[in-house]
Structure formats: structure tokens, C-alpha cells
Ligand binder design. Structure first.
Ligand code: SAH
Length: 345
């Protein structure tokens, strides 16, 4: 038996053809699964009984098991999701003014070992399958339906949950195909989907060639010395290599690349840092998201005081950058950036 959520519409078409069925049926099946949120083949009444039986004999449709849900004071919701092998991941549903954003995980744990990130502390367990990535999105839409909300209000996805999406590249690309499938799939607009990376340079280039989605880069430092100290990936791909790949990625008609910069007290928050950041990003179509460090139990780093955060921001604005301080939604339930750590995995 195979999980049908592992199949892009093209891949399902190939399977159908191999089994003597016209491939366009894949579109009908996709509509049932992703738009009507159907859980059994029996219900797919515009398919012949024979085809429904064939599908049932070969495939299953799965949901993730919601083991725990936490709701933040700002109404951000964090889901602890159980996978079929008993591992856990988290995804976060973030309410915005007129829509929702879902923060999606790409791996169980993470191998990047960034010093400031709670997810790193548990180490790496495994990549998520295509179906496990897709189910986070499909289930979140289903969750909105159950709350009598319009499922299409979930219009934005950020791959900023647990894991390094570009280290699970093949599955990410296939999952994106389903997420962006505009006729029959999940129908997200490419400009509403953002993949965030710690800086896997060759994969950044590949992503730029293969997709239209937005890129976010977790920069966090302005010198190789500091970045290598905070993020081991920098020892493999230097700042220069990273920024060069970003420059190519950002050529027209693409949007700006988002650079995430965690502000950590006494580490990377000085005026000199801000000025170096300005210089580094000058050749790139960039916007900067400053993330005041989110603390957790025993965290090594601290958040700088408010006035220092706004001084840092002001320097970027004075140099005509698009820059914001990202509000850390859900920080009271450890749902904010870098605080995800499925407790049981
Ligand atoms: N591995 C990818 C996807 C995870 S995104 C990446 O690194 O981009 C998670 C974001 O949260 C990253 O931008 C990371 O730099 C940031 N982050 C990690 N720990 C944090 C913390 N304690 N406080 C604030 N931001 C944090």
C-alpha cells in the first residue's frame, strides 16, 4: 500500500497510465483529496466503481495525528503532530490580518546544529516524506473547515518549522509541486510560499532554477568568524559564497530575498554589525527581518533591550533597506522562531 499524498499529480498520472487508466483522472482524484478534503476513495463518486476499487487496493490517504494543541495569547496555535512511526513534529498556524500563515516542518529534528536554536538540541532524526510535509498543510486547511472558517484563508506557507528544508531537497520540491498545483492541488501562489535556509549554497541555486517560491536566508552574522561560530554550515559555505548565490537567485522578476537576522545581546547587535550588514546586502535585492532572540530554558543567548533593537533597525532604514522587526508570535507557548522542539521525538 502506498500513501497517495506522496504523489504529485504528474506522478499519479504515470501510475494511472501504467495501470491502464487515463492520466487526467489524477486531476479528479486530486480535487477530492485536496479541495474537498475527502478521506476515502469510496466517496469519489465521479470515478467508476472499478477505479475506486483499484485505488483502494493500492493507496491510502492519511492525516497526521494531533497529539497536542497549544494556543498562544495572540491566538497563534502550535500543533504537536505524531507521524506513523511515532516520531513527532510541530507546525504553527499564525493568524495575520486577513489570512493565516502556516509554519511547516521539513525534518524530524535538524542536523545544522546552529548554536542558538532549540530544534538543534535534539539532533537530527530523519527527513520528512512528501506526504508528511503535505499533510501538515492539508490538515491545517481541514482544521479551518472544522472551525467554520474558509480553508483558503490559509494562503501563506513558510518552511521555517523544524529542520532544514534544503537538506530534504527532493521531497521539498515534490511537496512544493502539490502545494503550488493551481488547478487541482493546494493552490498556493508561489509568492506566498517561502523556503527558509541556513545557507546550503548549491541547493539555493537549484531552488532558484526549479521553482518560483520566495527565499529566506538565516544570516544572523556579518563576519565569517562570527557566522561560523554560530552556524557550522558557514564553515562549508562562506558568507561570500552564500551572498553570491543569493544575488543570482534574486534576479528579476523575483521578489526580494528575506534575510533573517536574530539579534543576540552582545553577540551581533552593535552599530558596527548593522553597518556591516548594510554593506554586505547592498548588491542584493534584500529585505531584512530582525528577530529579537527568543529565549528558552537555559538558552545561552539573550535578547537585546528594546532601544538597541530599534537603533539597529533604524540604521537599516536609514540606508534605504526594507526592514522590520519580526513580532514573535506564539513565544509564550514556545511556538516562535527557533523554539520548536517536539517534546517527544
Ligand atoms: N533551517 C531553516 C528553517 C528554520 S527557520 C533556517 O535555518 O532558515 C527558523 C528561524 O528561526 C531561522 O531564521 C533561525 O535563525 C531562527 N531562530 C532560531 N533560533 C532562534 C531563537 N532562539 N530566537 C529567534 N530566532 C531563532
Amino acid at each position: 500500500m502506498e500513501n497517495i499524498l506522496n504523489f504529485t499529480r504528474d506522478d499519479l498520472g504515470i501510475w494511472l497510465e501504467d495501470n491502464g487508466i487515463r492520466p487526467f483522472r489524477a486531476g479528479q482524484i486530486f480535487k477530492w483529496i485536496y479541495i474537498r478534503q475527502t478521506d476515502t476513495f469510496e466517496q469519489m463518486t465521479d470515478l467508476s466503481k472499478d477505479l475506486r476499487q483499484k485505488l483502494e487496493d493500492h493507496f491510502y490517504i492519511s492525516r497526521l495525528i494531533l497529539d497536542e494543541k497549544q494556543v498562544s495569547a495572540d491566538t497563534t496555535e502550535k500543533f504537536l503532530l505524531r507521524l506513523s512511526d511515532g516520531q513527532h513534529i510541530e507546525s504553527v498556524l499564525i493568524p495575520e490580518k486577513d489570512h493565516f500563515t502556516l509554519c511547516v516542518s521539513s525534518q524530524v529534528g535538524c542536523a545544522q546544529n546552529c548554536r542558538f536554536c532549540l530544534t538543534a538540541k535534539g539532533g537530527f532524526v530523519r527527513n520528512l516524506s512528501i506526504s508528511e510535509i503535505i499533510a501538515q498543510v492539508r490538515d491545517a486547511r481541514y482544521y479551518l473547515i472544522q472551525k467554520d472558517l474558509d480553508p483558503l484563508k490559509l494562503s501563506n506557507i513558510v518552511f521555517m518549522g523544524m529542520g532544514e528544508p534544503l537538506a530534504n531537497y527532493e521531497n521539498l520540491i515534490k511537496a512544493l509541486k502539490i502545494i503550488l498545483d493551481s488547478d487541482y492541488g493546494l493552490k498556493f501562489a508561489p509568492r506566498h510560499v517561502t523556503v527558509s535556509t541556513s545557507g546550503l549554497v548549491p541547493k539555493i541555486t537549484q531552488l532558484g532554477l526549479e521553482t518560483d517560491v520566495n527565499l529566506a536566508v538565516s544570516l544572523n552574522a556579518t563576519t565569517d568568524e562570527m557566522r561560523s561560530n554560530l552556524m557550522p554550515i558557514n564553515k562549508k559555505y562562506s558568507l561570500k559564497q552564500l551572498l553570491k548565490a543569493c544575488q543570482t537567485f534574486a534576479i528579476k522578476p523575483r521578489n526580494k530575498i528575506t534575510f533573517e537576522y536574530i539579534l543576540m545581546k552582545g553577540v551581533n547587535d552593535t552599530k558596527a554589525d548593522a553597518l556591516r550588514l548594510v554593506k554586505l546586502l547592498a548588491p542584493i535585492k534584500a529585505k531584512v527581518n530582525l528577530i529579537p532572540f527568543n529565549e528558552y530554558d537555559n538558552s545561552e543567548f539573550k535578547r537585546p533591550p528594546k532601544n538597541e533593537i530599534s537603533d539597529f533597525l533604524q540604521i537599516l532604514l536609514d540606508h534605504n533597506f526594507t526592514a522590520i522587526t519580526r513580532k514573535s508570535k506564539g513565544d509564550d507557548i514556545l511556538a516562535a522562531c527557533g523554539q520548536l522542539k517536539a517534546k517527544l521525538y
